[in-house]
Ligand binder design. Structure first.
Ligand code: DGL
Length: 282
């Protein structure tokens, strides 16, 4: 994926980190990166015209992800975070050899963290149809500990609930109860929120699962992995920001105003400058 870069940074360390998701969910990962790596610039792309990814085929997700990576490369990014579990499951390993900057997803860090916190080796994973049917969490968890028992459950309605901002009250509780009932009685002590939208529904999920079950949000460990990666590659920002552009920039494939409003609920500082781009042209 050799790309002519639109923006060049004299000092590569000053370049932004590209982060993408199918929509707004990846902002939960941005929030964590901003918290752990406050000196870094971020260029975010949310594929709001083509969300959801969770019910689409592998081939489609690879094509979408390839276009987004091409776009991010035109912004001169120094590394890429695939802040979408479905894209991490379907597209990351396929595209990695073609990408000329370091790239990480959210699945491996999430699996690593869950393996570290479980006491009884029984882990639940909730995510989109695509992530769960790919079996990717199970395979990473079993690589870490072969005797691990992993139970997966797709919870597709959580995504539109999160996108609608319907995060509390009767409806999310009802949906959470109905999806999670089986997992509640399965003996798991750890549950991976294997979809970037699900941390937004954390209160409902936590209430249904009860205090004995630790909820793992892969965003935290993803930011830790990113920090290690940047360090290893000598790409940590010196934090001077002399040059090009703002600290964070946001792009979407549709509905920039709606994205601005939604982002204000997730990120500490509101955003107003989201731009819509024709992602199919990349
Ligand atoms: N961002 C997606 C993920 O983490 C969930 C939303 C979707 O289905 O596109 O898997």
């Amino acid at each position: 994926m050799e790309e002519a870069r639109g923006i060049q940074y004299g000092d590569r360390r000053e370049a932004p980190i590209g982060v993408f998701d199918s929509g707004v969910g990846g902002l939960t990962v941005v929030r964590e990166i901003l918290h752990q790596l406050p000196a870094e610039r971020i260029t975010y792309f949310g594929d709001t015209a083509r969300v959801p990814y969770g019910s689409k085929s592998r081939e489609t997700i690879i094509r979408y992800s390839r276009q987004i990576i091409r776009f991010l490369m035109t912004r001169g990014v120094k590394a890429i975070v695939v802040a979408c579990n479905t894209a991490s499951a379907y597209a990351l390993e396929e595209l990695r050899p073609q990408v000329e900057v370091p790239i990480i997803g959210v699945v491996k860090p999430g699996a690593k963290m869950a393996a570290a916190v479980t006491r009884n080796g029984k882990i639940g994973v909730i995510g989109t149809e695509g992530t769960i049917s790919s079996g990717i969490y199970t395979s990473f968890l079993k690589d870490l500990r072969p005797d691990m028992q992993v139970l997966g459950k797709a919870c597709p309605l959580f995504v539109p609930l999160a996108e609608e901002g319907w995060l509390e009250g009767e409806v999310p509780m009802l949906v959470a109860r109905s999806y999670l009932e089986e997992l509640c009685h399965s003996g798991i002590d750890t549950l991976i929120l294997g979809c970037t939208h699900y941390p937004l529904l954390r209160p409902a999920i936590a209430e249904v699962m009860g205090p004995e079950v630790t909820l793992v949000n892969p965003a935290y460990e993803t930011a830790v992995s990113l920090q290690n990666l940047l360090q290893e590659q000598g790409l940590r920002s010196p934090g001077i920001h002399k040059g090009t552009g703002p600290l964070c920039e946001f792009f979407v494939s549709d509905a920039a105003d709606w994205f601005n409003r939604f982002a204000g609920r997730i990120l500490p500082a509101g955003i107003t400058n989201t731009r819509q781009i024709p992602i199919e042209e990349y």
